[in-house]
Design a protein. Sequence first.
Length: 382
Amino acid sequence: MDIANQFTNKSSEKVKRQLDLKASASEEETLSDHYVILRSLGKGNFAEVKLAYHLHTEVQVAVKVLQNGTNNDFSLNTEIDMYKTLNHPYIIKLFHIINTKEYTYIVLEHAARGDLVSYIGRVGSLQEEQAQHIFTQLVCAVHYCHDNDIAHRDIKLDNILLDDKGNIKLCDFGLATRVTPGQGTKGFCGTLEYCAPELFSGKEYDAKAVDIWSLGVVLYTMVTASFPFKAKTFSDMKEAMLDPKYHLPYTLSQNTANIIVQLFTVKPEQRPKIFDIRQHQWLKTKEEFVKITPSLEALWNNLNPSIVVAMGRMGYHPKDISACLREKKFNNIMATYLILNHTSPCDHCKYAAKFLPAHVTMSRADALTNFPTQRGLSELAT
């Protein structure tokens, strides 16, 4: 890999310096301690996202750069809080948080094919089979969020990324909120074209039902390459949502048209729940729904021995790894573990061997000897 060759020497030097520091996180940690910035991926009103290279593992990551002390601090804290609690194959993964005086850097999984809005802009409307694949994974991600009493509130093509295998990654949880059953949510938020009718009423609303409507806009746009509701201003969209009308192309299959109609149920109390969508004829036989997602606690409590071996050769101690994961520090130690956990198992030793100093050796047996038991893990957290 060209990038790997370009930065291998720098990586080795960086690793050796970190070994001298016993692989502990510095109080003056900066982004360049662990990453090389490659290029910008995009820039918004409050943040810039950059492609970076993780020095220890040679894995590409996305770094969201946000300036501290802005009006966006609440959204930033919300997004970080949400990412810390979510673990799902179709939701973008958080690896590392770096705070400096001026900036906060959120290091995330990199989805190589970019966002869905750009993809549709290149290829046009999607064939129903491809749209079904993407939509099924999106429903899985939203079902996971709703099961954990989290509503995203900004589901849109821009916030659905595609990885190098064509799988989706739901991202940008800055407007997400925790919901309590039976209680409404206040405040207009989201992106105009995706907003449900009840958002324009100024009253409390069911945030999960708002997500369902947005799913309808996403699906409609995937199969038509156009928005169902085309008003450009808040006042015009508010008027349009008094009696929403949209056109269903005759080329759509009956199942696709039917699920779109259900998603665009105007009264939120009659709109299907995410579980109902999963049971729809168009989706219910898809294999994505049978995948079991381990909880974050299960991930911390059942560390991967091959990753512990690999990190041991990089200079990290098993007890430090366990402590960082249990305490959810999202520092450089935890980032290295999470990134390796996200890669193919056969890559673990490959990464370790690349930076293996002559005086550092650790076999699988050594790692397991030093590996904390369940009791040991509990003790480390106290």
